[in-house]
Design a protein around this ligand. Structure first.
Ligand code: GAR
Length: 187
C-alpha cells in the first residue's frame, strides 16, 4: 500500500509540521505530506514547507467561500488525511461532511479537560497536578472527537506558561507520529 496523501494545516510556528516532515521520510511511516494549508500568510511554519519543497496554500478565511477553496486544493492533491497542527480556526461541520475522510488534531491538554484556547494559563490557574497533550479525530464539536492518543506529565511548582508549553510540545513531537501510526496500523 502506498503512503497516505496528507495535508497539514498550520497557523503559526509549525514545529509539529517540521517534526512530521522528518518522520514522514521514514520508509515505514504511513503518510506523505503533499500539501500545507494556512490561514496566516506570515506563519513561520511555511518556512518548513518551502525548505522541503512541499506545496503550500494561504487561504483568506475572511472570504465567504474559503472552505470551497480549501476543498479544491485537497482534491487537486488527492488528500486522504488532514492533520491540524496548530491550526487556530474551526473546521465547519459542512466541510467535514464534504471532505468525508479522516481529520485529526493535536491539542495541548489532557482532553476532555481544557478545550479551546489559552490552555496553559487555565491549567496553571486551576492548579492541575498533571497535564499533557492529546491527538483526536475532529468532529463538529470543538476538541471533542474520539481520542487517538494522549501523553501526560506532572506539573512542578516552578512551572510557568513557557515551561509548560516546552514540555507539552516535546511530548507532542512523540504523540503525533505515534497517533498516525496507530490509526493506519488498524486499517
Ligand atoms: C501546538 O502546541 C498545538 O498543540 C497547539 O498549537 C501549537 C502549535 O505549535 N494547538 C492548539 O492550541 C489547538 N487548539 P506548532 O505550530 O509549533 O506546531
Amino acid at each position: 500500500m502506498g503512503k497516505v496523501k496528507t495535508c497539514i494545516f498550520i497557523s503559526g510556528n509549525g514545529s509539529n509540521l517540521k517534526n512530521l516532515i522528518l518522520k514522514s521520510r521514514d520508509y515505514n511511516f504511513p503518510i506523505r505530506i503533499k500539501l500545507v494549508i494556512t490561514n496566516n500568510r506570515d506563519a513561520y511554519g511555511l518556512y518548513h514547507a518551502k525548505k522541503n519543497a512541499i506545496p503550500f496554500v494561504c487561504i483568506d478565511t475572511k472570504t465567504r467561500y474559503f472552505e470551497n477553496q480549501i476543498f479544491y486544493h485537497l482534491k487537486k492533491h488527492n488528500i486522504s488525511l488532514i492533520c491540524l497542527a496548530g491550526y487556530m480556526k474551526i473546521i465547519s461541520k459542512e466541510f467535514l461532511k464534504k471532505f468525508g475522510k479522516k481529520v485529526i488534531n493535536i491539542h495541548p491538554s489532557l482532553l476532555p479537560k481544557f478545550k479551546g484556547l489559552n490552555t496553559y494559563k487555565r491549567i496553571l490557574k486551576n492548579n492541575e497536578k498533571k497535564t499533557g497533550c492529546t491527538v483526536h479525530f475532529v468532529n463538529e464539536k470543538l476538541d471533542a472527537g474520539k481520542i487517538v492518543a494522549q501523553k501526560s506529565f506532572y506539573i512542578l511548582k516552578s512551572d510557568n506558561v513557557n515551561t509548560l508549553k516546552d514540555k507539552t510540545q516535546k511530548l507532542e513531537y512523540k504523540i503525533f507520529p505515534e497517533a498516525i501510526i496507530k490509526i493506519y496500523r488498524n486499517i
